[in-house]
Design a protein around this ligand. Structure first.
Ligand code: ZN
Length: 301
């Protein structure tokens, strides 16, 4: 059993920090307590690592259906589990979850094994759905779901009042930048979500991963702009690379999301999906031409 997680209190919200402040594969879990009900948001591997009984709650809310966000949910077999309706299929079976990622074989099979063995995937066919705008009233404390798609179709923020805390989940403000490498991801939805996030007014901005909780709106906006800027940076690098014709497979091998030295089992799948989304946009906008099926080149002005 490891040491108890570091905790921080923001009104009715307790943030339970995961290892290394929630650096992947760990994450930060929120416990929200009202007079009548309490919720856990995104039970992480950190909850599992602490070994003891987790804080008791009535319901478990998930910002989206990804391995690190439900890794500790099995600790709550009696509580009801909720997902945004667009991500709900992912928790019903391992196959459905693998469809959400959409990685090709052999990555798919290896990843399925990892999700079960390291992230404790537990199918939950009876999990319930919520929608953007739904408000959970816990008694003197409310949790509002804000649909923020792009990372996955059903990705959500949660606004918790009167604490004045917005939980941003995987809009995690990291230097890695936005992740849109799944079949369930969409680049332009993510960009709309980032524009929406810029106008969120809150006392506290909490993320799932290691950035933790930001208390200053100016700092939040700076970090968000830097995070969003990674998208434009990937696109700039892709256009520079496409000064010469290249196939999608060459683009995948070149790497625009991960660095060439990053040892990530699913990297090729993520590069393929992410950069296909950029190429589709650039072709549509007349900035890249498909010279023959699967061969692309930038259009010089
Ligand atoms: Zn995620």
């Amino acid at each position: 059993m490891s040491d108890a997680l570091e905790e921080q209190q923001f009104g009715a919200v307790t943030v339970l920090y995961g290892d290394r402040h929630g650096k992947y594969p760990h994450g930060n879990t929120l416990i929200v307590r009202g007079r009548e009900e309490s919720l856990a948001i995104d039970p992480s591997l950190g909850l599992v690592a602490r070994g003891a009984q987790p804080p008791p709650v009535d319901r478990v809310l998930h910002s989206h259906c990804h391995e690190d966000h439900f890794a500790g949910s099995f600790l709550y077999p009696e509580a009801s589990w909720l997902f945004h309706q667009a991500d709900l299929p992912g928790i019903r079976s391992l196959d459905a979850l693998m469809d959400l990622y959409g990685y090709p074989e052999p990555i798919r099979s290896a990843w399925a094994k990892t999700v079960v063995e390291q992230f404790h995937f537990t199918p939950r066919p009876e999990a319930a759905a919520f929608r953007g705008g739904d408000v959970f009233d816990l008694g003197g404390v409310t949790v509002e779901a804000i649909h923020a798609p792009g990372h996955t179709r059903g990705h959500c923020f949660f606004r918790i009042e009167p604490a004045g805390l917005v939980y941003l989940a995987d809009v995690d403000l990291s230097s890695f930048g936005p992740y849109y490498g799944d079949f369930w991801s969409e680049l332009e939805d993510f960009e709309r979500t980032l524009a929406m996030a810029r106008d969120l007014d809150a006392r506290y901005y909490a993320t799932f991963h290691h950035v933790g909780v930001i208390e200053d709106r100016m700092v939040y906006r700076e970090r968000l702009d830097r995070f969003a800027g990674v998208i434009a940076d990937r696109e700039r690098r892709l256009l520079a690379y496409l000064a010469e014709p290249h196939t999608l497979e060459e683009i995948v091998k070149h790497r625009f999301v991960y660095r060439p030295q990053d040892q990530v089992s699913f990297a090729d799948g993520v590069e393929r999906r992410s950069m296909s989304l950029h190429i589709a946009r650039l072709v549509r906008d007349g900035r890249v031409r498909e010279l023959e099926p699967g061969l692309y080149r930038g259009v010089t002005a």
